[in-house]
Design a binder for this molecule. Structure first.
Ligand SMILES: NC(=O)c1ccc[n+]([C@@H]2O[C@H](COP(=O)([O-])OP(=O)(O)OC[C@H]3O[C@@H](n4cnc5c(N)ncnc54)[C@H](O)[C@@H]3O)[C@@H](O)[C@H]2O)c1
Length: 409
């Protein structure tokens, strides 16, 4: 009921008012802590049964359900998805499905037990302007895709990493969690960039063939808060990703697709631009988009047989999960950002502390535009090694070694 699950409750209540859904039951081990929310969502008046344990909820209610929504901590997704699909029920599974490539394969197998495929809730694949541009890309209007870059600077206060027991964690009980800017908050944008470069059909994602990465931390966390990742795809396109939570000020994010005849600049929630090599610029401002309501409706169309597939299936999530795992394997270690570059910035209005890395924007630009790695330019770490999908077998040992080498927190 808390965190992003609260947003699902709001979205489903709105859908219920419009006659598109009915919430049968919900659960949270801390349900008593959400008394106010339960009244706000009018759960008693709507006849919603509340449980503390999801297994008891499924046992009791499964015959009344068409789908199960799983907006819980990442490390619980696999077991909850397994329990729902064992009863033949598909899930609306929050992104990321898991950050462990081997667990994802097991989830893909489990998903086949349900009558319909699960949806992985990456918010932005169904945006109409995105789909329209991808159609034009596939039709060859912009020429061949030569490269793609993602820059995302999303400040997160130090309190963000203390909001629950899994934030910033690599491992819990020897299971890979890998919570990070790449695996969690910015996963949408990473998956979006892979979507642009997936050229087999509209709903296709680029496959990473070789990955190099440098991972850093400025915060006192087990995992990384800053990623520089380069991937060559099986189609020979070079993709670069620069992502961080170690910054302050406004959030920015930009997906760029570099084609022979034009560059597409797509920033979720902002104007989209197509800059043609001949100087023309096409600009379009997106219409308001309620991501959760729209994704629920889109998934419902699929469940009812009105559309052929969910926006992102578990199998479609493979490139994202593999890229994230190979980035960890390539980086081998999570290096501290040199302390001299890190300063604490207090936001008096929010009453929160941020860690801001001097030169972060320049490091993003140098990497994305020129391919220059920060490790060789003052951030004092060895380069990442090339990691290919055959090296995924090293993933679990790599994560254990990274966790063992974490700083004293
Ligand atoms: N799509 C988006 O825009 C978006 C935004 C934020 C988070 N998320 C995703 O949502 C998921 C949850 O993230 P969060 O930050 O809200 O997590 P969280 O730690 O706040 O947990 C969400 C809720 O799950 C509950 N929960 C914990 N254990 C449970 C259990 N055994 N059974 C039932 N409920 C349980 C918690 O008590 C909490 O109320 C993650 O996958 C995250 O990546 C998606």
């Amino acid at each position: 009921m808390g965190g992003f699950a609260g947003s699902h409750h709001h979205a489903i209540a709105r859908l219920e008012e419009r006659g598109h859904a009915r919430l049968v039951c919900t659960c949270d081990p801390r349900e008593a802590a959400f008394g106010v929310e339960q009244q706000t969502w009018r759960l008693p008046a709507r006849g919603v049964r509340v449980f503390r344990d999801y297994r008891a909820m499924l046992d009791t209610c499964h015959r009344e359900l068409d789908l199960v929504v799983v907006p819980t901590p990442i490390q619980l997704h696999a077991e909850m998805h397994a329990a729902a699909t064992a009863l033949g029920l598909p899930t609306y599974l929050e992104k990321p499905p898991t950050l462990d490539y081997a667990e994802l394969e097991q989830m893909i197998r489990h998903d086949a037990r349900a009558a319909k495929s699960s949806l992985v809730g990456f918010n932005f694949i169904i945006e109409k302007p995105r789909l329209a541009l991808k159609e034009r890309l596939l039709a060859g209007e912009f020429g061949a895709v030569r490269g793609a870059t993602l820059s995302a600077l999303w400040p997160r206060p130090t309190s963000y990493f203390a909001r629950n027991n899994w934030a910033g964690r690599l491992l819990i009980d020897d299971r890979a969690v890998l919570d990070s800017c790449m695996g969690n908050a910015m996963a949408h944008f990473v998956h979006n960039l892979l979507f642009w470069v997936g050229t087999k059909e509209l709903f296709s994602w680029a496959q990473p063939a070789a990955v190099r990465a440098e991972l850093y931390r400025a915060h006192a966390i087990e995992g990384a808060d800053t990623f520089f990742v380069e991937a060559d795809t099986t189609a020979g396109v070079t993709m670069r990703f620069a992502l961080t939570h170690a910054c302050s000020g406004p959030s920015t994010h930009l997906e760029m697709v570099l084609c022979d005849k034009a560059v597409i600049r797509y920033a979720v929630g902002h104007a989209t631009e197509v800059r043609w090599s001949d100087g023309r610029v096409e600009k379009s401002v997106p219409a308001p988009f309620d991501g959760l309501v729209e994704n629920h409706l889109d998934y419902q169309r699929y469940l009812c047989g009105a559309s052929p597939r969910p926006a992102t299936t578990l199998a479609d999530s493979r490139p994202f999960v593999v890229l994230n795992d190979l980035a960890h394997i390539s980086s081998r270690t999570i290096a501290p950002v040199p302390p001299a570059l890190v300063r604490s910035v207090r936001d008096e209005k929010e009453q929160k502390e941020y860690l801001d890395v001097a030169g972060m924007v320049a490091a993003h630009e140098n990497f994305l535009v020129k391919g220059l790695w920060p490790g060789a330019r003052g951030w004092e770490r060895a380069a990442g090694e090339v990691a290919t999908p055959t090296e995924l077998t090293r993933f679990h040992d790599t994560v254990r070694a990274m966790a063992a080498a974490r700083p004293r927190l």
